[in-house]
Design a protein around this ligand. Structure first.
Ligand code: 7TS
Length: 396
């Protein structure tokens, strides 16, 4: 059996999405900017796709949604734009990010730091959560941008972005949220709180890879990323990725339609997995369930290296993760475990299971069995875990 429980890294493309994209490879392959019919016949499809994307986040049409190549690009773009528009001009000199942002935010912030920008890294507490007070304590009149992710990719923790955005508005700072792990898992309504910029990525909600987006509220500033033609309002020129945009539109529509299923049925399977894993002795889950999205568990098995567990799971056909795929070749401890100050013996033990609407009960039941066996085997050979074999326990 092959079981895919790494949906926070990427997801299967919804077959409806694939179907929607197909005509734009060999039939309607024209460049939308061309004046002939090969170009213009793509227009209604692009318009419809963009409408679906706007509807999915409840953006009014006066706001901008700029299609990018991925969330990494959207995140980087916001930081570089802030540098050009606010820092270089001397208007502001400070930005704030949480210390558990995705590397595409942390590395962008560090780059700005190397250019002389003051950066505050907000801590998370032992539950993996952010206290709004930490934003209030660090924001100043010179703060250009606060960037806090909506949902953490490792733990699934939901951060209080609505309240943080409010604080930013009161202090004249811009607010950006990386909503990559929120779309398809939480209702998104950019009109319900003062978010200025928001990043998301199609491949995290059953759309194609290579298509991301940057939402920007009307009236906000953004330096063009690519200078050239007039595509994407001149902010990001280059021939449009027609199949990608159509795919993202369809994926967004499907994500909205599946939201209830994601929040209830997927949660039921996640809770089943979590309940069974927590029955294993010396096992810990980061962030209380009700403060997490419905598909994610970050679990630690004392005495077991995350990579060793991953190996056993992979041998049994199960895909999970020990940290962001962008960093998991480094054999470093999980960044969130470090940030919550987990004891040394736990920092390397975290495994992330992330489900999707395609995950089945059979797959979860199989996974539970495999994990239980793996824990027993690995603790049996662990030098850091005082293990009493079952036969001896019974003999006592
Ligand atoms: N932001 C967050 C919160 C993410 O989880 C990821 C990918 C990205 C940005 C980057 O997205 P992309 O569109 O540029 O690919 N996160 C993960 C992960 O958790 N494991 O592998 C990739």
């Amino acid at each position: 059996m092959r079981v895919y429980l790494d949906n926070n890294a990427t997801t299967i493309v919804d077959p409806q999405v694939k179907l929607a994209m197909e005509p734009f490879f060999c039939q309607m392959y024209g460049n939308p900017n061309s004046l002939h019919s090969f170009g213009s016949e793509t227009h209604p499809y692009l318009k419809l796709a963009m409408e679906k994307i706007y509807a999915g986040i409840n953006a009014p049409k006066e706001d901008s949604v700029i299609i990018t190549s991925c969330a990494t690009e959207s995140n980087n773009w916001v930081f570089k734009s802030i540098y050009f528009e606010y820092i270089l001009s001397g208007r502001k000199d400070h930005i704030i990010v949480s210390e558990v942002e995705h590397p595409s935010v942390i590395a962008a912030a560090k780059h700005l730091e190397s250019l002389g920008v003051k950066v505050t890294y907000l801590p998370i507490n032992e539950e993996g959560l952010i206290d709004v007070q930490t934003v209030k304590d660090s924001i100043t009149p010179k703060t250009a941008l606060v960037s806090v992710m909506w949902v953490n990719n490792e733990t699934g923790a939901i951060f209080p972005v609505e309240e943080i955005a409010q604080v930013c508005q009161e202090h004249g700072a811009l607010f950006h949220t990386d909503a990559v792990q929120a779309v398809g898992k939480l209702p998104i309504n950019v009109q319900s709180f003062p978010v200025d910029y928001m990043t998301f990525s199609a491949h995290k909600f059953h759309g194609p890879k290579g298509v991301g987006a940057l939402y920007m509220r009307k009236g906000k500033e953004l330096s063009p990323l690519f200078h050239g033609g007039s595509q994407m309002g001149g902010y990001r020129s280059g021939t449009l990725n027609v199949p990608g945009i159509v795919g993202m539109g369809k994926a967004m529509e499907q994500a909205v339609d599946s939201l209830d299923f994601e929040m209830h049925d997927v949660k039921e399977l996640r809770d089943l997995l979590e309940d069974e894993l927590l029955k294993i002795k010396d096992t810990f889950v980061v962030t209380p369930r009700h403060k997490r999205v419905s598909n994610t568990i970050l679990v630690s098995f004392r005495g077991i290296e995350g990579e060793a567990m991953l190996w056993d799971l992979n041998q049994a056909g199960i895909a999970a993760s020990t940290g962001s795929a962008c960093a998991s070749e480094d054999l470093e401890s999980n960044p969130v475990m470090e940030a919550i100050g987990a004891a040394e013996d736990l920092a390397h033990t975290a495994i992330r299971f992330s489900l999707s609407r395609y995950t089945t009960r059979e797959e979860i039941e199989y996974t539970i069995g495999v994990v239980k066996k793996a824990v027993e085997r690995l603790r049996g050979i662990s030098s850091s875990y005082a293990y009493v074999p079952k036969s001896l326990q019974e003999a006592k």
